[in-house]
Design a protein around this ligand. Structure first.
Ligand SMILES: C[S@@+](CC[C@H](N)C(=O)[O-])C[C@H]1O[C@@H](n2cnc3c(N)ncnc32)[C@H](O)[C@@H]1O
Length: 177
């Protein structure tokens, strides 16, 4: 997947917004960079991952910050307690499919969102698990998951064909005001 494809996938969700975001399971920063390129001035991204090697690779690839968007690195497990500020948005790109209980995880992470804050999910639209996508989150399952986690206004914003996993989609929902 190219940087342009990643950016296109989340543009409709993010363009025209700004604020404090977290990228949970940011890995080497491929989607963090796309997010940073779309957020308006004055924004900041907390990039969270339990894999310190991935965060170091992110530093090597992008340097400290992304363009004009400051980044705060957080090494940790997003299913546990983390020191994060109240967030305008959370991105989870290909990290929810590692969670055996996605409702519990979404309920947990959505506590960091401000009222009206956005949860942006990027996932493969597959129904059967495999070693790369152990707990798939097909798009059809997300409305029920969002509701289970107390989130509202679910919508698919974009999708792109995937060579091995049918398609990758981006979807948003919001914490109730
Ligand atoms: C497939 S990679 C996706 C990386 C990036 N978001 C992307 O799409 O390019 C999944 C990342 O989520 C991280 N991850 C999975 N579960 C996690 C957890 N509970 N806490 C923190 N990081 C987690 C992994 O360490 C890995 O870097």
């Amino acid at each position: 997947m190219t940087a342009a494809e990643r950016k296109a996938l989340i543009t409709d969700a993010v363009q025209g917004t700004h604020g404090t975001w977290a990228d949970l399971g940011a890995g080497e920063g491929a989607f963090s960079a796309a997010l940073a390129s779309l957020l308006g001035p004055g924004s900041r991204i907390y990039v969270v991952d339990r894999d310190v090697q991935a965060l170091r690779a992110q530093d090597r690839a992008f340097g400290g910050d992304f363009a004009d968007c400051p980044v705060v690195k957080v090494e940790g497990d997003f299913t546990a307690a983390l020191s994060l500020p109240p967030l305008d948005g959370i991105l989870m790109a290909n990290s929810l499919h590692y969670q055996a209980d996605p409702c519990a995880v979404l309920s947990h992470v959505s506590r960091w969102l401000l009222p009206g804050g956005m949860l942006l999910i990027v996932e493969y639209d597959v129904t059967s698990g495999n070693p790369w996508v152990p707990y798939p989150v097909p798009a059809a399952r997300l409305p029920a998951l969002a509701e289970c986690a107390g989130l509202t206004g679910f919508r698919i914003v974009a999708s792109v064909p995937s060579r091995f996993h049918r398609r990758m989609y981006a979807a948003t929902c919001r914490k109730r005001d």
